[in-house]
Design a protein around this ligand. Sequence first.
Ligand SMILES: *[C@@H]1O[C@H](CO)[C@@H](O)[C@H](O)[C@H]1NC(C)=O
Ligand SMILES: *[C@@H]1O[C@H](CO)[C@@H](O)[C@H](O)[C@H]1NC(C)=O
Ligand SMILES: *[C@@H]1O[C@H](CO)[C@@H](O)[C@H](O)[C@H]1NC(C)=O
Ligand SMILES: *[C@@H]1O[C@H](CO)[C@@H](O)[C@H](O)[C@H]1NC(C)=O
Ligand SMILES: *[C@@H]1O[C@H](CO)[C@@H](O)[C@H](O)[C@H]1NC(C)=O
Ligand SMILES: *[C@@H]1O[C@H](CO)[C@@H](O)[C@H](O)[C@H]1NC(C)=O
Ligand SMILES: *[C@@H]1O[C@H](CO)[C@@H](O)[C@H](O)[C@H]1NC(C)=O
Length: 426
Amino acid sequence: MREYNLCVIVIAALIVTQVDRTLATLQCYSCNSTISESGSCLMSPSTENTISCETQCYTQFNAGNLTRGCLESEASCTLPSCSSCTADKCNTNVVCQECLGLEECATTNVTTTGYNALCPENGQVCVNQLNENKTVTRQCGVACAAGTESTCSSCTESLCNVGLYPKNRRQCYTCSGAECNAVTSTSVAGCSQVDAGCFTTGTSTSNMTRGCTSATTGTKCAADSSDPSCLVCNSDFCNSLAYQRDAGSCIICENCAPQQVATEAKSCGEAQYNQTVGCYTMTSGTNVIRGCLNALEAGCSTTNSCTSCSENACNVAASEFKCIECISNEVSGCWSASDPATLPAVSCPNGTCFSGVWNELGVRGCFTSASHLMQYQCTAKVEPHQCITCTESLCNKVAFNGAGPLGQVGVVGLLMGLVIALRSAL
Ligand SMILES: *[C@@H]1O[C@H](CO)[C@@H](O)[C@H](O)[C@H]1NC(C)=O
Ligand SMILES: *[C@@H]1O[C@H](CO)[C@@H](O)[C@H](O)[C@H]1NC(C)=O
Ligand SMILES: *[C@@H]1O[C@H](CO)[C@@H](O)[C@H](O)[C@H]1NC(C)=O
Ligand SMILES: *[C@@H]1O[C@H](CO)[C@@H](O)[C@H](O)[C@H]1NC(C)=O
Ligand SMILES: *[C@@H]1O[C@H](CO)[C@@H](O)[C@H](O)[C@H]1NC(C)=O
Ligand SMILES: *[C@@H]1O[C@H](CO)[C@@H](O)[C@H](O)[C@H]1NC(C)=O
Ligand SMILES: *[C@@H]1O[C@H](CO)[C@@H](O)[C@H](O)[C@H]1NC(C)=O
C-alpha cells in the first residue's frame, strides 16, 4: 500500500514538473506601441522584455496599435490583424507598407497608415519591387536576392519601405487649375515612369496644368510632344515656370554692330512659360540686330546667325568683324553691291576690308587675304584698281565705276585662276 502511494506521488510529481516545464519554457515578447509613436515594441521588439507563456506568442496590429504578448488559449488570433507562433521569442513580426502594383504605389511616398500591414510571419522583411510595367509592389516578404538591386530593395525595420521607389524616380509638380500657377512643394509627385519628363501647359494664370509626361489621365503633354503650348523638361521639379514672368532687359536695336552701352538696355516685358528669356545678337547680311529672345519667333541658333545670352543687358558685345567677300564674275550683285545683305561675308579679325577692280573684275574681301601685290596697289592707290580700304564690319560695299565687262556671273573657274595669278605675281 505504501509502495502504491509512493508510486502515485512520484507519478503526480512527474506530471506536475512536466506541466511546469511546459508552462515555463515558452518566452514571448510583451509590449505595445502605437504606429504614431514608432516605439521600440514596433521598431526593435528584441530589446523588449519577455514573459513566460503557456502555449503561444502573438503579435497584434489593430487601428494603429501594435501589441505583443502571450496568446491565451481561448483567445482568437487570425490574420490579417493577428499572428501567433509557438517558438521562443518568435513574436517579432514587423509592419510593412503594402501597396500592390497600383499607380499610387509608384507616384506617391506611400506613407499613409492605410497601407500599413502586419507581416504574417516573423522573419519577414519589408520589400519594394519595381515591376516590369514600371509600377511598384510594396509588401512583406523575403529579402531581395543578390544581383536584383536595380529592381528590388528590402529592409528589416517596421515601415522602412516608404518613400519613392526607386529613389531616383522622376518627380514633377503635378496640378491643374487656379492653384497651379505658382507651384508649391505640396504638389510634387513621383512619375509612373522612372525616367519621365515634366510638362507645363496652359492658357492663363488660372488654367495651368503640370505633371509627368507619363501620366495616364487628364490633360498631358507627351515626352516628344510637338505642341508649341507644351513645355517639357527633364529634371526633378523643373516644370515650375509661372504662366507669365518678367523677361528682363536687353539692348534692342537694328544696324548696331559695334559695342553697345549696357545701361541703354530696355525692358523685354513679360514672357510666357513656353518662351525663352534672354537676349540675342543676330547678323542678317550686313545688318546686326539685337533684342529680346521672347520677341524672336524664329528662335536663335547658328542657322540664323544668332547668338544668345541669359543675363540682363548681356547682348552688348561688338559683333564679329566681317567683310563682304566676292568676285563679280562669280557672285551676282558683287559689282554694284546695291543689296549688300545678300552678299557672302567672311570673318576678318584684323579689322580692315577692301574692295577693288583687277582684270576688270570687282573683288571684295578681308585685306589680309589679298595678295601682297594687291595690298601694295591698294595702299598706293594705283589708279585703275579703284581700291579702297575701310575699318567697319561689312563696310566694303561701295559700288565700282563702269559696267565691269566681265562682270557677269558664270565664268566658273576664272576666280581661282585670277586669285592664284594675282597672288603669285609678286
Ligand atoms: C502597454 O504597455 C504599457 C507599459 O509599457 C502598459 O502599461 C499598458 O497596459 C500596455 N497596454 C496594453 C493595451 O497592453
Ligand atoms: C490604441 O491605443 C490608444 C492609446 O494607447 C488607445 O487610446 C486606443 O483605444 C487604442 N485603440 C485600439 C483599437 O486598441
Ligand atoms: C503591373 O504589374 C504588377 C505585377 O505584375 C501587377 O500587380 C499590376 O496590377 C500591374 N499594374 C498595371 C497598371 O498594369
Ligand atoms: C517624398 O519622398 C521624397 C524622397 O523619397 C522626399 O524628397 C519628399 O519630401 C517626400 N514628400 C513628402 C510629401 O513626404
Ligand atoms: C484650359 O487649358 C486647356 C489646355 O491646357 C484647354 O484645352 C482649355 O480650353 C482651357 N480652358 C479655358 C477655360 O481656357
Ligand atoms: C506658347 O504657347 C502658345 C499657346 O499657349 C502658342 O500659341 C505659342 O506659339 C507658344 N510659344 C512658343 C514660343 O512656342
Ligand atoms: C593681322 O594680320 C597680321 C599680318 O597679316 C597677322 O600677323 C596678325 O596675326 C593679324 N591679327 C589678327 C588679330 O588676326
